[in-house]
Design a protein around this ligand. Sequence first.
Ligand SMILES: [Zn+2]
Length: 119
Amino acid sequence: MTADQTQPAPTQRKVNATLACPCCGEPGLLTALYPHNWHGRSGQVVSGYKEAVLCAVCDRGEEAAQDVIALVDTQGQIGPENTELFIRRAVTWVDSARGREPDYAVLADEELRWHSGEL
Ligand SMILES: [Zn+2]
């Protein structure tokens, strides 16, 4: 095993294959795939990709997401006249999504429930 592993990018999806929201299961508005590095158990750097799904329901109220949702809500679709604005807002949203950390208390609770057979 090398000290720095790189995983290949996931196979490209079709443009219309936006993922479902992991929280509510409804179709997402936008899916972002971005590089992500983490440390393995032995401390080695592992490079891969992470995905974020923008959900018009669950992400409403989160500022960066709301800016994208509002643009889609008011415009219906992204046309050439607002492509640049959409890209700026989408990049801001991806930056915001990259900074999110999991809620470790929720994860610990779900792990306990999974081990107990509740999930
Ligand atoms: Zn949702």
